[in-house]
Design a protein around this ligand. Structure first.
Ligand code: HEC
Length: 104
């Protein structure tokens, strides 16, 4: 989906995330606020253009795979520029989400 890719690229450009080094620790909250939150609202605690991620019933492996490969037919870009370690951090962030607590 070309349009989604453009939006994602514009967002990376706006946040400077494209400049991240692979071994740099990922600011997951910032990533969610600026990139993922465009579709996964409220840090993934609410459904938006994408599904709610809090209390997701799928396995960590499934979530990691979606983040890495995306879901082009359904409008999720692939985030293949994240390292496996960074994707694990993102999944851990999703697992920590609670309805009333601002995520860290
Ligand atoms: C342009 C909109 C968009 C952006 C930006 C986006 N997503 Fe998604 N995401 C989606 C959509 C739509 C789905 C549902 C795809 C499907 O059902 O196949 C999805 C699905 C997912 C899933 C799988 C959930 C499930 O149970 O099926 C995860 C995990 C996820 N996104 C994480 C992220 C993360 C982390 C980011 C930021 C790095 C992100 N997404 C950015 C739209 C987006």
């Amino acid at each position: 989906m070309v349009r989604v890719a453009c939006v994602a690229q514009a967002l990376f450009a706006a946040t400077g995330l494209h400049a991240q080094q692979p071994d740099q620790k990922l600011d997951t909250k910032n990533l969610f606020r600026n990139v993922c939150g465009f579709c996964h609202e409220d840090y993934g605690r609410k459904q938006g253009k994408g599904p709610q991620l809090m209390n997701n019933p799928n396995t960590d492996e499934f979530l990691a795979n979606r983040i890495k490969k995306g879901s082009p037919q359904k409008g999720m870009a692939s985030f293949s520029w994240l390292t496996d370690e960074q994707i694990r951090e993102v999944v851990a962030f999703i697992r920590r989400l609670k309805p009333e607590i601002e995520p860290e």
